[in-house]
Design a binder for this molecule. Sequence first.
Ligand SMILES: Cc1cc2nc3c(=O)[nH]c(=O)nc-3n(C[C@H](O)[C@H](O)[C@H](O)COP(=O)(O)OP(=O)(O)OC[C@H]3O[C@@H](n4cnc5c(N)ncnc54)[C@H](O)[C@@H]3O)c2cc1C
Length: 531
Amino acid sequence: MAARLKHFGWGREGEGLTEEETDFILARSRERLGIRDFDLVRVPPLEELKLPAPRLAAPASLAAICSNALYDRAAHTYGKAYVDSVRGMLGDYANAPDVVAYPRTEGEVASLFDWAGGAGAAVIPFGGGSSVVGGVEPRFDRNRYKGCVTIDLREMGRVIEVDRVSRAALIEGGAFGPALEAALRPRGLTLRHFPQSFEYSTLGGWIATRSGGHFATLYTHIDDLVESVRTVTPAGMLESRRLPGSGAGPSPDRLMLGSEGILGIITAAWMRLQDRPRFRAGGAVRFADFYAAARALRAISQTGLHPANCRILDPDEAYNTGAGDGRAAIMVLAFESADHALDPWMKRALECCADFGGAPESAGAEDAHREGAAGRWRNAFIRMPYARERTVTRAIINDTFETAITWERFESFHATVKDAAERAIKDATGRPGQVTCRFTHVYPDGPAPYFTFHALGRHGALIEQWQAIKEAASDALIAAGGTITHHHAVGRQHRPWYDRQCPPLFAAALKAAKRTLDPQGMLNPGVLIDP
Ligand SMILES: Cc1cc2nc3c(=O)[nH]c(=O)nc-3n(C[C@H](O)[C@H](O)[C@H](O)COP(=O)(O)OP(=O)(O)OC[C@H]3O[C@@H](n4cnc5c(N)ncnc54)[C@H](O)[C@@H]3O)c2cc1C
């Protein structure tokens, strides 16, 4: 049996970075932050945690699927945001849910709503708990709600039916990435949705947050892969019709996509599948500077070639991940298909790169995406989530924020946001840090820039220091016309900027929809809108 998920950190108990990987990350941090030694603190183990006494107890009819054990409550207190790691490190579990429920059927979800509603409790839908925006933390007015029930969907994780003819599958909301892919693989099919959090996030969470997969263009957003959705709401079941497309009014699926657990619990969805790819071409291309790489990528994005991957890393980001030497920006480029060889696509993309001074490095080979700069980047991408538990304890502030902007504004936007974040680091910590950028997704009309920041904080002040940097960066990107999130969702953390971005009349319409589906306002209070 697999080890249980960690209550603090990424992945399962016993998993983590190797000593060699840790040394690499810390060496890069020392170099970039200009320090020799770190101030290391100890994380209290589970048995030392003191949680508030539970305010609720499950009724006998639901006791078999509910727990108020220390592990269950602690493991469902936080998602995976930077501040979550800091508070976990400090042993602060004041917002722990009172009860964690693991329903096995839609009927049990409905019964949990009935009980929680009667008890005046709030309900938090929980998938893998990989939210980086406070989406699963029971943080709300404790006087208004008489307790909190977190509903974890992990027992509803099956692939129920596969339709080979239409290439679609009915999958339960609690299915984790590896399990659903393992069930589809013998049929030669794939959902082909690979967020970086793939191993420890779920289909229901992806739909609820409109997640973005690893692939950079075309069908990579969960939005495009949803054929129909089943949602249990406090007001009853809401299920859309299975259709390849429909012009029948506003889409019920679109109401659930991005609903972040405030309208109901997504229990299953028919998902569009693809044949597993057999042909690949890829590699890495070096550019003298980031903006030259961005211009080349704009050209590629407007050709209609639709590369599976076309990330660009600025020189510092390339260096930090081991993909480059810090003197050049790197473009990681890949094509894949289940149907045809891709050499002409790769050749044309490399011509676009050459127009902007891009020089290929090991490009073209079928497995080039696993070798050289592209391969080093790929390994860093997969292992990165484990780094946080090694860095936060050393007072390193490292976090990411992501956005999207149209091409004609990109260069000034990037310069403004990077500058604001760098200044905020200096103001908040008293010393320079580093802000790097890559693209995670690219559209014909603009990129989705993804920023990473590194700073040396101080134990005891990490939350305030992080908050100041996050606020300055978020203010800058909203003022410059970007979105507060491209694929990390809104949650509780992004609310102030989402409120500025969201048209007021739309917010009012969303509140009206919530009143219909969740009349008591018990689902995920504080996320997206006020209860
Ligand atoms: C290391 C790391 C890498 C990441 N990489 C990516 C990435 O590449 N792309 C990306 O898009 N995101 C990424 N994320 C963010 C996160 O993984 C996504 O938001 C993901 O979709 C959340 O899925 P989950 O199952 O973990 O949901 P949770 O974190 O459990 O929940 C997220 C939100 O959805 C709600 N919710 C969960 N399940 C349901 C359900 N069945 N019905 C209704 N509401 C529900 C919750 O209430 C919450 O508001 C990353 C996070 C981490 C920590």
